[in-house]
Design a protein around this ligand. Structure first.
Ligand SMILES: Cc1ncc(COP(=O)(O)O)c(C=O)c1O
Length: 296
């Protein structure tokens, strides 16, 4: 992993030096949680919200987090300062720790706090001017009752299988339904559709990760008195939609020009609602960044 810098339990390592035990439960079982956000001009985007979700994910996997928000922040700032990149990506991971090889974790094992930073990903402008082609795949999203997708855990096999399936059709990425045929989310993003000027996104009860970008966009839309609703929805809702887009911390809002064989547009129109939401989101991000205390 070139062009990255890492932190393990408070110490900074080059990517070559960064090592973690093969007896770590994160490696053996995906028994870990993580968060990802980016910085703009040394200011971390919605960092407090990411820290809160970290705590929520820990709860959902029965992990009594050893690290407070303050400790996690201190470590993140230390790493970002050392990396010295204005527009950075940061991944923060907590594993349940090193243990005997047994599913049931021992008491009192020490959690590992690991962070990786690199340059924020660059997405070509065509991905925003035109958008992406998505596949609704056969692979179903993990059932909420089995492994709640709302826990951002280190177990991403479900999503890996979905994107691999989408790539067979040369799609950019995949979205998944749950076992009841309700559309949930993409492999690393939430999904939205617009019909008759109304904005919709799948309801959390369908089983999905409640993205920070999703929560923020819902808030910005409601503040702007736009008609936005969380609904249980099917693939037909998406095929019949006027516009579709995705949200994530690293991508922001990205339009979708095609879903399976349904083509929405060739080029995103300036009059589209997606475009207006992109502007609304970007304006609010600017305000947030000007006010954030999470600066390095
Ligand atoms: C499965 C899944 N859904 C949604 C998202 C979007 O979440 P956020 O907006 O917090 O980046 C992610 C982000 O990685 C994800 O992994």
């Amino acid at each position: 992993m070139k062009g990255a810098l890492t932190l393990i339990n408070g110490n900074i390592y080059s990517p070559e030096e960064a090592k973690i035990s093969i007896f770590d439960r994160g490696f053996l079982f995906g028994d870990s949680i993580y968060e990802v956000t980016i910085s703009h001009d040394r200011k971390l985007l919605f960092f407090d919200e990411h820290l809160s979700r970290f705590q929520r994910s820990a709860k959902l996997i029965g992990l009594d987090l050893d690290f407070t928000k303050e400790i996690i922040t201190e470590n993140a700032i230390k790493l970002l300062q050392a990396f010295n990149e204005e527009n950075a990506y940061i991944r923060m991971i907590v594993t349940r720790g090193i243990d005997e090889i047994a599913l049931n974790p021992s008491n009192n094992i020490k959690q590992n706090l690991i962070m990786i930073t690199k340059k924020a990903p660059f997405y070509e402008s065509i991905l925003y001017d035109k958008g992406i082609y998505l596949n609704l795949v056969e692979r179903k999203r993990n059932d909420k009752e089995a492994l709640d997708p709302n826990a951002k855990s280190g177990n991403y096999l479900n999503n890996i299988l979905a994107i691999k399936e989408a790539k067979k059709s040369n799609a950019y990425d995949a979205i998944m339904e749950n076992q009841k045929g309700e559309v949930t989310e993409g492999t690393t993003f939430n999904i939205w559709f617009i019909k008759n000027k109304q904005i919709f996104t799948p309801h959390a009860k369908s089983g999905l990760l409640e993205g920070i970008t999703r929560a923020k966009l819902l808030e910005f839309c409601r503040n702007a008195k736009l008609d936005v609703q969380e609904v249980t929805c099917t693939k037909e809702d998406f095929y019949n939609a006027d516009e579709v887009f995705i949200t994530s911390s690293t991508k922001g809002i990205m339009p979708v020009y095609q879903l399976n064989s349904r083509v929405y547009h060739e080029k995103l129109s300036d009059n589209s609602i997606t475009k207006k939401l992109m502007n609304l989101y970007n304006e609010n991000v600017k305000v947030h960044l000007n006010e954030t205390p999470y600066i390095f």
